[in-house]
Design a protein around this ligand. Structure first.
Ligand SMILES: [Zn+2]
Ligand SMILES: [Zn+2]
Length: 259
């Protein structure tokens, strides 16, 4: 039986400071095969690096989240790039656009989304995209910046079938998290039911977005199972078959175990 992979968690966040080791242990005891943990700014990259050193089943993604860009400018960007090249994460991310929190001017969000897409291309790495309330701009930018297609994932996909189809056409994987289990999200479930099986990923975005059964509580990687169960149900698939497909997709996209 294939273990699940949580392809997007934030194990470095302080909400795990009290019991991080137990959280990780629960995930692997609960049938996970790997966890991908995402560093969102320089301090977070360092913390993520520390965490992945402790366990070969945990893999790092690093990049500047669109809401964290106020601490980046052209003076420190070269050092940050050098650091990423030295530590070589499995993807550059999460990068993208966030119009929901809207903490950073859009021009700056565009600039660093572009820069990080090109960095990923130069490093021959996939990208993990964060997109909140910004689907048309986000997809347009990918189309413009990556005329030959792109390797990557729309993490915690939160739009409808049309946007999912557009993302797939650009070469992207679509990753679903806890919101797939929320009562109101019928559009999201339609997108999940119709996306090609070989582009599907699952994630938790822990500590955020706990599935319906734990809504309002801290989320953790072990809960990725609830999203997998929902996805299997929506697609009329056997759970193990779904688990195996999403795990293979994650390994292929992030080349897990190949580094
Ligand atoms: Zn995100
Ligand atoms: Zn995230």
């Amino acid at each position: 039986m294939a273990g699940l992979i949580d392809t997007h968690a934030h194990l470095d966040f302080d909400r795990f400071d009290e019991d991080r080791d137990e959280v990780i242990q629960r995930a692997f005891d609960g049938g996970l095969e790997a966890i991908v943990t995402v560093g969102t700014n320089f301090k977070s990259w360092e913390a993520v690096w520390e965490i992945v050193q402790g366990d070969p089943r945990i893999f790092p993604i690093m990049g500047y989240h669109p809401c964290e860009l106020n601490e980046v400018d052209e003076t420190n960007w070269p050092e940050l790039v050098a650091w990423l090249k030295e530590h070589r994460p499995v993807a550059i991310g999460e990068i993208g656009l966030d119009y929901y929190w809207d903490t950073v001017p859009h021009e700056k969000q565009y600039e660093y989304f572009r820069k990080q897409i090109h960095l990923a291309q130069e490093m021959e790495l996939p990208i993990a995209i964060h997109c909140r309330d910004a689907y048309p701009d986000c997809l347009r930018m990918i189309r413009e910046e990556c005329p030959n297609g792109v390797r990557g994932v729309m993490h915690c996909f939160s739009s409808d079938r049309n946007h999912a189809e557009e993302a797939v056409e650009l070469g992207l994987h679509i990753s679903f998290g806890g919101p797939l289990t929320y009562k109101k999200n019928d559009d999201l479930r339609e997108a999940a039911a119709s996306a090609p099986l070989d582009r599907l990923l699952i994630e938790t975005d822990s500590p955020f977005l706990a599935p319906q059964a734990f809504r309002g509580k801290r989320n953790e990687p072990a809960h990725v199972r609830y999203t997998a169960e929902k996805l299997a149900e929506l697609r009329g698939m056997d759970f193990n078959e779904l688990a195996q497909a999403t795990t293979e997709n994650a390994k292929r996209l992030f080349q897990l175990g190949a580094n």
